[in-house]
Design a protein around this ligand. Sequence first.
Ligand SMILES: Cc1cc2nc3c(=O)[nH]c(=O)nc-3n(C[C@H](O)[C@H](O)[C@H](O)COP(=O)(O)O)c2cc1C
Length: 233
Amino acid sequence: MTAQPTVKLPGSGFGWPTPLGAPGWAEVAMGRRSVRRYLPQPVDAAALDRILLAATSAPSAHNRQPWRFAVIERLSVKTALARAMGARLSEDRLRRGDDPEVVAADVARSAARLTEAPAFVVFSLTMREMDVYHDAGQTRAEYLMAAQSVAMAMQNALLAACAEGLGACVMCAPLFCPDVVRETLRLPVDWEPQALITLGVAANAGRERGRKPLREVMLRIDALPERCEGGAP
Ligand SMILES: Cc1cc2nc3c(=O)[nH]c(=O)nc-3n(C[C@H](O)[C@H](O)[C@H](O)COP(=O)(O)O)c2cc1C
């Protein structure tokens, strides 16, 4: 195979090889789609390293970098995690009174998503180096800042995967059973699993999901009207 000609990203300074014809920023940020089906081939190890390095380049509160990653590629580990998470999901849903057949089908679908993904990365949060407060409001804000930082790392990873030409999708299931994930994977006690990202060579392009019009989700505030006494303006 002939080596692909490479160019340096303008202004990147990192010298990462970028194949000619690689997508530009807007194509990556606005063309990324969640991809949930993959070809049965491993994820290139160097690409996975670059994806995680991109994750660690995200901004974080006080630059404490409260993100932690667990990379899973081995089928036995994927299966163990899928079984443990599936058992918890099934228990929770049956307790809620959901139809056992529907629950079994959903659990099997989620398990297949994990075992059939060539790789996935569990993103955890650690409060180990975050500030400690004795006030409930500040404690909550500090925790949210850590969660926001991990989310930013995840977004960087999703964009990097897209730029690498790989498919990826967030799965929020670990957030609903962090203890199960921590125990099954024997993660350090301070790691709080938040979500996982499945990765692989895409088997399809993902589905175009609409977005709300910008005007529906934004306010432009150019002036502040006087408040009326005792009520909203
Ligand atoms: C916090 C978060 C949790 C998500 N959890 C799941 C999930 O559990 N399963 C899933 O299939 N997709 C999940 N997604 C992907 C969303 O469904 C997807 O981003 C959304 O439908 C928009 O589609 P797009 O990513 O292709 O633009 C999650 C996304 C986010 C940001």
